[in-house]
Design a protein around this ligand. Sequence first.
Ligand code: FA5
Length: 341
Amino acid sequence: MALDELQGEVDKVRLEWEEALASAGDPESLENLRVRFLGRKGKVSALMNRMKELEPHQRAEAGKLLNSLKQQVTDDLQKLQQALEREAAEQRFAQESYDLSLPGVWRPVGHVHPLTQVRLELEEIFLRLGFDVAAGPEVETEYYNFDALNIPAEHPARDEWDSFYVEGDLLLRTHTSPVQIREMRKRRPPVRIVCPGRCYRRENPDATHAQVFHQLELLWVEEGLTMAHLKWIIDEFVTAFFGADYEMRFAADYFPFTEPSAQVHIRPRSGGATGRHHAGWLEIGGAGMVDPKVLEEVEYNPEQYTGFAFGLGLERMAMLRWGIEDIRLFLQNDPRFLRQF
Ligand code: FA5
């Protein structure tokens, strides 16, 4: 084959290409064209194969011819493909419309459980007042839960009808007070700790009693502490947590591990209900001066040190704050309830 013959073939294929291109109007026919011209058995490749029929000195020239054809086909294909894509996008945009007034897609995000909110807030308040946050085991020995706290063997709480026993003398702690003993054993005065945690009692559940609930224990032991300091601390935290509209008072009570002991009551200063809150005095926990027998048990000298403690029900705090009337709601994990906090 001579060079001009090849030139003729190239021109023919080019012409065919240009005609074919003019009629291609969608991605599928474009792909067919690509195969027809650039595919392994396509027209351009067929011409390339014929190079070997040329004299060697003509091959460089022939290569240029063929490459320019191949380049043109490749460029045209690419341009047409881009044009088709652009056209398709424009068509789609013309058909689609956006209603900017539609509400967005709401993605549910979890949040902190109301009881955890109360716990974190109380921890924050007591940290500011100089207390450490401590923790103790939920499975306790009778010694820490009762004996060390001066709760005698015949006390009804020690009955298996009132407490959940695990085995032997192990039980689920009925209050957070055993942490007092554990922490006093670990530290030397001054001791200032709070301990929030889960407690368990064999109760008949009702709107204000659960079998699993939370307390926050507070303990301060140092030289020269009196009931007035206890009252001051409670006042501080009631104001910090509930606001200045609340006041507190003590009512006489009995706990084996404190002497004297008191119930802590709070109420709105106005005396009436504020918002969703209750009217009248409400008990939020127990308190008192640490009994000297308890101090002796941890080898603190009761002649030198005095201390006070209190235990609050966290559910009670949350119920007061938000006007929740049934304690069982905290454990049911019903999103309709939880979403409100
Ligand atoms: C005690 O548990 C004492 N350890 C508190 C204490 C600590 C007194 C330090 C003195 C010094 P009491 O059994 O009253 O006391 O419980 C304290 C609070 O825990 C109650 O006021 C109540 O808010 C909460 N509470 C008790 N039992 C339940 C229950 N079954 N369900 C929900 N909350 C409870």
